[in-house]
Design a protein around this ligand. Sequence first.
Ligand SMILES: Nc1ncnc2c1ncn2[C@@H]1O[C@H](COP(=O)(O)OP(=O)(O)OP(=O)(O)O)[C@@H](O)[C@H]1O
Length: 611
Amino acid sequence: MRPVGSKYLLEEPLGRGATGTVWRARQRETAGAEAAVAGQPGETVAIKVLKEELAHDADVVMRFLRERSVLLRLTHPNIVRTRDLVVEGDLLALVMDLIDGPDLHKYLRENGPFTPVAASLLTAQIADALAASHADGVVHRDLKPANVLLDERDGRMRPMLTDFGIARLADSPGLTRTHEFVGTPAYVAPESAEGRPQTSAVDIYGAGILLYELVTGRPPFAGATALEVLHRHLSEEPQRPATLPEPLWTVIERCLRKEPAERPSAESLARALRVVAAGIGVHSAPNEVEAALGVGALLTPDPSPAPVPETPGATGVPGAADATQVLPTGSAAAATPGAYDAYDAYDPNAATSVLPPVGAADATSVLPSTGGPGGPGAADPTAVMPPVPGAPPGSPGPGGQPEAPHPWQTQLRAARERNEQTQIQYLDPSEDPLRRRPQRQPQRQAPPPPPRQQPPQSQGYRQAPPPPHYQQQPSYGYPQQQPPQYAPPPPAHYQPQQPQPYQAPQPQPRPQQQPPRQQPPQPPAREPREPRRRSANPMHIPGLGCLKGCLFVIVLFVIGGWLIWELTPLQEWIGTGRGWWDQLWAMGEGVVNWIGHLGGSTGGSTGGGAP
Ligand SMILES: Nc1ncnc2c1ncn2[C@@H]1O[C@H](COP(=O)(O)OP(=O)(O)OP(=O)(O)O)[C@@H](O)[C@H]1O
């Protein structure tokens, strides 16, 4: 348990996103007046600890403090409440209500598409949250299923929009550049993709994509690369799934208009979706069906959309003079046909998984290539982005300096990073932002072996097979669909429908969501060898060892013989009564005499034989 400020204790990580790690935490003591919710000691909360690089960016810290009042005052039944903001040293953290339930992305993956009625009612609540925040001048800018938490209470699930303001914090010039969009390619509005001024209409576009995904199981625009997805947003019209009820399609289609001014306001979207839900049920009354069919009239645009701060000309007027149009929309029409099918290889929430193979960017010949196939950066879709309009490729910048990376390069890179889908996973302590101070290492006798190279997660994910439920085409026929497990308050006439032929996806964990890869069992570490003993004969005289052995054996014999002589009745047997040394002497003499005798007898016999 680690403290955050003096008021909170982190207990366990709940998940990690592009901007930080969310922890389950406990309140230690009541927060001060600066907090929106004082809280009680012992209360459980969720705390998002922002990433180190964000916390180290002075601009982000400034924004964090500046946005404090905005974030803390944003309250709505469908918005996750921010209770407190903690700035302590180089730690930035948002204290939120803890939501007990999965996020919508995870729920969708595990349970499949929603029925049109349930999807409409759920999205209506999200639109309510957007209407409240837009009225307060706050644009979310990163609306996607992963940012909708499902609060499970009393057998019901309430969608709760989270991560408000995070996009604004991450949108720091220190980290990005002024025109950068913050978002996720699958959900990003065309004006954001083009670098045009953004308004609250980007959230309506995101809501349209989310609604489409809820009823079909996948977002409308997909592709093999993030860049391709962005082009589809710019150039392609979404296709109506055959079995989608017409009124619901009317709503989706209006939300997905390329022109922001043609999209409905969040308020009218919420109202329209409730009318649609009432009119497409199996037991809808004729007047409700009638009202649903006329839903288009309800989808009135927002007369004064909330501008996204610090986007050039963010006045809600598309095409303002200072807008930076990076992608020529006309040329985007050349997007590779059929690439839609490549969705199976593309997870909309994980653009890191879609880095194309070398040359893949060339196949989609919608962007001028700066390096040509195989040239520098050919494998990186961001590297083939055109230069700033008006400047020839590779030309120096205004100050005679070489052109800095184009905003798009940073944008797409940032988008890829942001798209790493949050996962509940083990948090390596070395990556724990709260443990980044150097830890004292125990002294080692020998240097440790080099660490094993792990393949980067994103690469593994890139090659991962798509989840099975994305490979199959979901059934859109709302009459056959079952009531979703999400149970928003149904209209009075709403009756459970027939079971949907959706097959529950086989649990197939994505590589990124897998627990840290199991290392193959290591053989038990060898006992360190004892240091070699130094020889007592450092000069190493050859043969000395052998000589020593001989001497040792002789000494052994002498001592053994003496013991036998003295301690056994051998003397008596021999009858001499001599001592050991006398006997030994006598034996020696005997041997000498014998040898002398041998010599004499040899000499005598020789001499005797001569005459
Ligand atoms: N208030 C909360 N209560 C409970 N769980 C939460 C809360 N906020 C986030 N989580 C959990 O933590 C995970 C990570 O949240 P986070 O907002 O960092 O993810 P993300 O939206 O994918 O990241 P990002 O928006 O930074 O790209 C979520 O998927 C959710 O499971």
